[in-house]
Design a protein around this ligand. Structure first.
Ligand SMILES: [Zn+2]
Length: 320
């Protein structure tokens, strides 16, 4: 049903999945740049099309709302929320020969800015396994949020300036919502700010915040994209205290690796337990893993699943 040679092709549909090379027709699971290219036509959810439109002009978008069915070359295609960032979608393809579910990046836990993930059964599962090692078990989201809020409040009371680094799309908006829901004053960089109208269009209310300017001296939390971590102006901010928010904060050396004062584990990917629980609910006959370590494949095999790494030149036919 699909083949893989660096990219995944669903042959019956001439549809690529999250291809990073320019293709005639590709599904984009979400708007992060490592899942897209300037394809001729992109199949995606409506929020993903709106977000991508800010990055990729001149592309034809075929949008499909969550839960709707699209007949395509004798198969039925549907998209289902993946809980990773706004608009992130899993794609399910059903034909007489069986069903295929491709997750893209996903996270089943609660989020303030993302559609809650849905879990559907499938015969063949292609999944991301970013945090597929057992030590990647995230604390409950509410605990990490409280840790972030307590730290920021404490720093502000001391007259210091918490500077939070987050990915400009997805994590940035999630952190902003956590902060504004707690009524903390926040100044947001344009790279994060520019996506906010799309979130607002889909009903996310961010409350009060201001645009960050380097001349800004008002007290408050400063929210910057991770790409600005090494900019010199950051070190010149009065009383600066740098915070990195990422699932990788679980690693013991995270503060050193990201060169920050504190790292807090707020992730937009499933952690180890969530990956395993997800597979148990999908109940696939076979699983192909991408974006992660091979350790998770051993875990799945030990749990009785037929699991394989997604490698070059895989050719598969589904049998019912
Ligand atoms: Zn992503």
């Amino acid at each position: 049903m699909f083949s893989y040679e660096k990219d995944i092709l669903v042959k019956e549909l001439d549809l690529w999945l999250d291809s990073r090379r320019v293709r005639p027709f590709s599904f984009a699971s979400h708007a992060h740049s490592d899942h897209i290219a300037r394809h001729k036509k992109i199949l995606c959810s409506p929020p993903t099309a709106d977000l991508l439109h800010l990055r990729l002009k001149g592309v034809q978008y075929q949008t499909l709302s969550f839960g709707r069915s699209l007949p395509l070359n004798g198969s039925i295609v549907s998209l289902h929320p993946a809980g990773h960032i706004l608009g992130s979608a899993q794609i399910k393809i059903e034909s007489q020969r069986g069903s295929l579910l491709y997750t893209g990046d996903f996270r089943p836990g609660p989020s303030r800015t993302t559609e809650p993930m849905e879990i559907h059964t499938a015969d063949t599962l292609i999944m991301e396994t970013t945090f597929g090692r057992p030590h990647y078990r995230m604390p409950p989201r509410s605990e990490s949020e409280q840790e972030l809020l307590d730290l920021c409040s404490r720093l502000l009371k001391q007259g210091r300036t918490p500077v939070i680094f987050a990915y400009s799309l997805g994590k940035g908006q999630e952190i902003l919502k956590i902060l504004t829901d707690a009524d903390l004053p926040v100044a947001v960089d344009y790279q994060i700010l520019k996506y906010i109208p799309v979130y607002q269009k889909y009903g996310v209310d961010f409350g009060k915040f201001r645009k960050f300017r380097r001349s800004d001296t008002q007290p408050g939390v400063i929210l910057l994209p991770t790409t600005q971590r090494h900019h010199r102006f950051v070190q010149n901010i009065t009383g600066v205290y740098t915070i990195y928010v990422s699932g990788w904060a679980i690693d013991a050396n995270a503060r050193y690796r990201f060169n920050v004062d504190e790292a807090i584990p707020i992730s937009d990917h499933a952690d180890f337990n969530e990956l395993l629980h997800f597979v148990e609910q999908v109940r696939p006959k076979e699983i192909y893993c991408t974006h992660g370590s091979r350790d998770f494949i051993s875990v799945l095999r030990n749990a009785g699943f037929k699991a394989y790494p997604l490698e070059k030149n895989i050719q598969l036919q589904l049998d019912l």
